[in-house]
Design a protein around this ligand. Structure first.
Ligand SMILES: Cc1cc2nc3c(=O)[nH]c(=O)nc-3n(C[C@H](O)[C@H](O)[C@H](O)COP(=O)(O)OP(=O)(O)OC[C@H]3O[C@@H](n4cnc5c(N)ncnc54)[C@H](O)[C@@H]3O)c2cc1C
Length: 442
């Protein structure tokens, strides 16, 4: 296979699904961080994997481009060179701005995580991870738009997908084809059409945020910290969200704003206007203006705290944004996309070595349980945190009082970044771990 979707002449009359062009162990739909990590680990375990991606690399993805130590750990686990000489921009922590404070915090020193984060444009980042999956043996098919599941009439399980090759504008330029497999992974991002086609709608009772970003030209394009601004105001109140300025090291910074969108006023927010006003307010400190933007402001949704479930049903596993796994505390999604991909691959590898369909199912049913065990308590706390954030009194207290308390903020960074040793090495870790254990895992 040459890496582009195969051209197949015609669908035979009377066939329920188009001609089968390949049959593999696992099909992974979507080559973002979730899909490529899943494909990498499956291929490493010796399984035959197809990674189907509707765009072609390098391609843009709307993102802040910031990676915490949690994401770095996943890159390292895949054997990816994360050195500066390989094009990564390291950072040693965060700078939190607001309420007259400028608080600099280092990433915690832990046994389980590196003590640095990274920045890299998604156009490059996603391709690096996808190529790593390819080099491990996964077969990447680009410009291949998956159009739906193929369902076995008898078992009602997904046994493959239909797809069409598309051009650079996403327009179909070939006939429909089928790919068959024993298992399918939905790694197709927030809207996850594949999950929806399998009856898995988004949970409306789970949080969702909206974020927008652009790149702005500046001579200050390097910083050893990820900078966040927590005092974004509109209508006389502090909004539940934050602004960020992440250094790109290429003559620009990535500038964005993320907001919780369960709040009543948010549907009326004009994000371009909000960003322009915020940049004007911080102009004396940062000197950034939308007049120097190198591209339009673009935005997308961040699905949080398991906002699509179940994560396994009838031969389909959900990873990353498809499974709504963005961290509700800080809007970080890449680490969770990669971690859930690694977990799903581990479960699938074990499942596919089982002897009977019942045993395979039993093994696969462990995936949602494993996810709940890993993130359930943490995401529940995140939902409580977001509820508090929706209360202007809490926001005011956090910005004006909380930021002035270094020890509290160090602990908050551990909590919000989900960065602690287990078992805990110090009192902070033990507190964070205990809270996660006590919160309901759902
Ligand atoms: C403005 C903004 C800023 C953000 N900043 C950060 C940040 O700084 N750090 C961080 O960790 N997270 C950030 N996030 C969240 C992060 O971008 C996501 O959580 C992450 O991209 C999820 O990865 P994924 O692989 O699950 O999905 P995606 O990255 O969305 O990848 C899905 C892939 O599936 C492909 N696909 C979709 N449909 C099909 C189909 N039918 N057929 C074939 N392929 C298909 C897509 O083309 C895409 O390549 C941000 C999000 C937004 C919106």
């Amino acid at each position: 296979m040459d890496g582009s979707a195969p051209a197949v002449s015609a669908v035979a009359p009377g066939e329920s699904s188009p001609p089968v062009v390949d049959e593999v162990d696992v099909i992974v739909v979507g080559a973002g961080p979730a899909g490529s990590t899943t494909a990498f680990h499956l291929a490493q375990a010796g399984l035959d994997v197809l990674l189907l991606e509707k765009t072609a690399f390098p391609r843009e993805k709307v993102c802040g481009d910031g990676l915490t130590p949690r994401a770095v750990r996943q890159l390292v686990a895949m054997g990816i060179d994360v050195s500066e000489s390989a094009g990564w921009l390291p950072n040693r922590g965060v700078r939190i701005m607001g309420g007259g404070h400028a608080l600099e915090l280092d990433w915690p020193r832990l046994a389980s995580f590196p003590d640095f984060g990274l920045v890299r444009r998604r156009a490059e980042f996603d391709e690096i991870v996808a190529r790593r999956a390819e080099s491990a043996g996964a077969r990447l098919v680009q410009r291949c738009n998956v159009t739906g599941p193929i369902i076995d009439d008898r078992t009602k399980h997904i046994v493959g997908v239909t797809a069409r090759s598309v051009d650079e504008k996403g327009r179909p330029n070939g006939d429909s084809v089928s790919y068959r497999s024993r298992l399918v992974v939905a790694a197709d991002g927030n809207s996850s059409r594949l999950s929806v086609a399998m009856g898995l709608e988004r949970r409306r009772d789970r949080p969702m945020a909206v974020a927008v970003r652009t790149y702005i030209r500046t001579p200050n394009d390097r910083d050893d910290r990820l900078e966040t601004w927590v005092e974004i105001c509109a209508g006389g109140r502090i909004l539940p969200g934050y602004g960020w300025i992440f250094p790109m090291g290429d003559g620009t910074v990535n500038v964005g704003i993320g907001m919780l969108n369960t709040d009543k006023i948010d549907s009326k927010i004009d994000y371009r206007d909000l960003m322009a006003r915020w940049l004007r307010e911080i102009h004396p400190q940062r000197g950034l203006s939308l007049d120097d933007a190198t591209e339009p402001i673009r935005g997308a949704a961040l699905p949080m705290a398991f906002n699509r479930q179940p994560h396994y049903t009838r031969g389909l596993l959900l990873v990353g944004d498809a499974g709504g796994m963005v961290n509700p505390f800080n809007g970080e999604g890449i680490a969770y996309a990669m971690e859930s991909g690694a977990l799903a691959a581990r479960v699938m590898t074990q499942a596919l070595a089982r002897q009977t369909p019942a045993q395979v199912e039993q093994a696969l049913s462990g995936y949602p349980r494993l996810l709940r065990e890993y993130y359930g308590g943490y995401y529940t706390m995140g939902r409580w945190f977001l509820r508090a954030l929706g209360d202007p009194r809490f926001m005011r207290w956090a910005v004006h009082r909380g930021l002035g308390r270094r020890r509290l903020m160090e602990l908050s960074l551990k909590m919000m970044g989900n960065l602690s040793d287990k078992p805990g090495a110090d009192a902070g870790d033990r507190l964070v771990n205990a809270l996660q254990r006590l919160a309901p895992k759902s």
